[in-house]
Design a protein around this ligand. Structure first.
Ligand SMILES: Nc1ncnc2c1ncn2[C@@H]1O[C@H](COP(=O)(O)OP(=O)(O)OP(=O)(O)O)[C@@H](O)[C@H]1O
Ligand SMILES: [Zn+2]
Length: 692
């Protein structure tokens, strides 16, 4: 018997080994195998009775590590389907699905235990548990604890071997759903399984509906997965679920230290966590008794993973739910055009929540600003009054940094990133940063091109707005929320703490927009919305609509009505005209897509070729052959990113037929790869909507 084993190796393909067990089915088990002069841990993903390889050269597995499969068959089936759809190797997907410690040969491999607090533990036991870093192997456990203590903890279930069991759920009383929420809840219960779009305006209580659905799933001894687009949203939902359902959800995200992540992953895998909250990678965790998936803020681009391979966690969630035959809820106030289109075509069930819970819809005013003004004069007393009323004020600015452009008024020189040619952004530290490729450069004052003038600064980023706010309202704290100021997890915690903080001016970027439920925030000012009105990205308007709706939605979420002021120089733009009428807005956006033959009316894919400039010059003149039912554009030059000496080319494929698109994509990859120099890399994105 030959085994296909997923294992870290250069080819990124699974490797073949000979089984050491005659009869046992090892699919889903971890094994130790010889690898060159060392040994490695791999996961068995398939078996075959024969092989076309030279049988004498195939090495034998040394040892099985797990007592039961670590990855379930259904989950392997999901990963296989995902690999077929995104044309990514199964090996890569399996490696991404497992926490790194579980494949680390340095980590001794015997039975793994993880710690669990529960009532009735003595102070000494709690202390011992706290001192342990779990998950822990049996061997390590003997080294860290007295054998008698280890024994007791295992016996009483405070240290759980990774096997899985059904933990009882405590029944809690949930807030009563409103009639509208109840009818959505009932409809989902009746129509499950399959994809459901929950299109509910901001503050309509989508989270409350999720919690009721989770409670029902728990009663059926199922586990639930809630996906959030950003780590910043995990603390809030974690706290809400823990409180409402009296249980301890586990979170899975990339900012966790490896051991902690492994411990949580194990709890999810073995059924010990009733509710798992996570960002896109959580979807790859083989949750034992998964009965419900919720994809909150489904429209978010953060569900798209680009490296090391491309996939959309939202779309993958739909695939997973189909394989497991369970419901998947896509929730948003501003669904993506793809999802809405699918609902309109009856491929997804559609549920709507049109009113806020116990609050009115915030009002929107457009405010004209003069070119050199950052905050319109007429808004200043409004903010002052809001702060005096002990309420928070949000100044939303979609951009980080201090000033956005450095230009010479004499010769027109503009400071740009030497690597990717995007404008450099000045930060308060004085240095200039490229937000595209994350590089940092020393500041320049005089124009390096004509030496005739100092560079002038244009456009404000969040740092500048903080400076302005501090000067205007010196007696109130300002809080800057962007990726330069804090990491995403801290942002979530800081925003949570605002509920009890004095009246604060919150200045921030997109980290603020989605899902946050901040009390006493009634006044929101969008400092500038114009940067995306004329974006070259065909999704620019869709994104701006979502961004604005989400920002507006942060205000007035309790009794006092919210007011949003949008500062613009283009108040006649159709986007503003439809801003308050979601149906006509979506008609407007969808109509444009149909007219220009863009998604969701077309399926797209992109291929990127990265490499040294000299070696890829020939791509400038290359003509790719045409494929039936597909349009192909490129190769065309594309911004290259970090490496100065490298260039990038992009090929775009679009088709009305999904299968034709997929085949064409593979054929182009096949045609391109043998021609490329070794130093070049080829990557691809299926369903990618990157702007041309
Ligand atoms: N039936 C209910 N009973 C009690 N409180 C509710 C109910 N429905 C909603 N709420 C409260 O109303 C507020 C807004 O609800 P929630 O955060 O669920 O809205 P949402 O639709 O998820 O909004 P967003 O899209 O902006 O994230 C919350 O504080 C929530 O607890
Ligand atoms: Zn750059």
């Amino acid at each position: 018997m030959y085994l296909q084993i997923a294992i870290k190796n250069f080819s990124q393909q699974t490797l073949t080994y000979r089984s050491h067990m005659a009869t046992q089915n090892l699919i889903g088990y971890r094994v130790i195998v010889p690898f060159g002069k060392t040994e490695k841990i791999g996961l068995v993903v398939g078996t075959e009775p024969n092989t076309s390889l030279d049988a004498d050269k195939i090495k034998r597995v040394l040892k099985t590590l797990d007592q039961s499969p670590l990855v379930l068959l259904e989950h392997l089936q999901f990963l296989t389907r995902l690999s077929q759809y995104y044309k990514v190797s199964l090996n890569q997907l399996v490696l991404a699905a497992l926490p790194s410690t579980l494949l680390d040969p340095e980590y001794p491999c015997d039975q793994i235990y993880y710690g669990r607090h529960h009532p009735g533990q003595t102070a000494a036991q709690i202390k011992a548990l706290n001192a342990l870093e779990t998950p822990i192997t049996f061997t390590d456990l003997q080294l860290v604890l007295r054998p008698s203590m280890a024994q007791t903890l295992i016996q009483q279930g405070s240290l759980m071997p990774c096997k899985g069991e059904k933990k009882p759920v405590t029944h809690t009383e949930l807030p009563t759903l409103t009639d509208a929420q109840k009818s959505v809840f009932d409809a989902i219960q009746q129509q499950a399984p399959g994809p459901h779009l929950l299109w509910g305006i901001t503050g309509s209580g989508k989270t409350e509906v999720y919690i009721h659905l989770i409670q029902e799933a728990l009663k059926r001894h199922k586990q639930c997965l809630i996906m959030v687009p950003e780590i910043a949203l995990t603390p809030q939902i974690h706290q809400k679920i823990a409180q409402r359902l009296a249980l301890d959800p586990v979170s899975l995200h990339s900012l966790q230290p490896p051991r902690k992540r492994t411990s949580y992953w194990m709890k999810a895998r073995h059924g010990d966590a009733h509710v798992v909250i996570g960002t896109r990678s959580a979807l790859l965790c083989p949750i034992d008794r998964l009965g419900l998936i919720i994809v909150d803020e489904e429209h978010s681009d953060a569900y798209r993973q680009e490296t090391p391979f491309f996939f959309s966690a939202r779309d993958a969630a739909i695939l997973k739910a189909a394989i497991l035959n369970i419901p998947v809820i896509l929730g948003s106030a501003t669904p993506s055009l793809e999802t809405l289109h699918n609902a309109q075509q009856n491929r997804y069930h559609l549920h709507e929540l049109l009113c806020r819970y116990n609050a009115s819809k915030p009002s929107i005013s457009l405010v004209t600003v003069e070119k050199d003004q950052y905050i319109a004069n007429r808004l200043i007393p409004i903010v002052t009054q809001a702060l005096a009323n002990d309420t928070h004020v949000m100044l939303y600015i979609g951009k980080r940094g201090y000033s956005r452009l450095l230009r010479c008024h004499h010769c027109g020189y503009q400071a740009c990133c030497p690597a990717c040619e995007r404008p450099l952004i000045k930060h308060q530290t004085g240095r200039m940063h490229c937000h595209n490729c994350d590089s940092s450069h020393p500041s320049i004052t005089d124009c390096p091109s004509c030496q005739q003038a100092e560079l002038s600064q244009y456009g404000a980023g969040s740092q500048k707005i903080v400076e302005i706010a501090e000067a205007l309202w010196p007696n109130h704290p300002t809080l800057r929320v962007d990726t330069d100021a804090m990491n995403k997890l801290d942002a979530g915690n800081v925003l949570q703490s605002l509920n009890t903080a004095p009246a604060t001016i919150i200045v921030g970027t997109q980290m603020l927009t989605k899902g946050h439920d901040i009390e006493r925030l009634n006044t929101v000012i969008v400092v500038s919305a114009d940067h995306m009105l004329f974006s070259p990205d065909f999704r620019g308007e869709e994104k701006l609509y979502a961004e604005l709706t989400q920002v507006i939605g942060r205000s007035g979420r309790r009794q006092t009505p919210g007011v949003t002021y949008i500062q613009t120089q283009h108040s006649k733009h159709p986007l503003f005209e439809h801003l308050n009428h979601r149906k006509t807005m979506y008609d407007y956006l969808l109509h444009k897509r149909q007219e220009f033959m863009l998604p969701p009316y077309q399926y797209m894919a992109c291929i990127f070729i990265h490499g040294p400039e000299a070696k890829l010059k020939y791509l400038n003149h290359m003509r790719l052959s045409q494929y039936d039912l597909c349009q192909i554009i490129g190769p065309v030059p594309y911004p290259a990113g970090k490496k100065k000496t490298h260039v990038c080319y992009k090929v775009m494929i679009s088709s009305e037929c999904r299968t034709a698109r997929g085949q064409c994509y593979l054929q182009i990859l096949k045609a391109l790869s043998p021609q490329l120099p070794k130093t070049a890399t080829l990557t691809g994105q299926i369903d990618s909507h990157l702007s041309p």
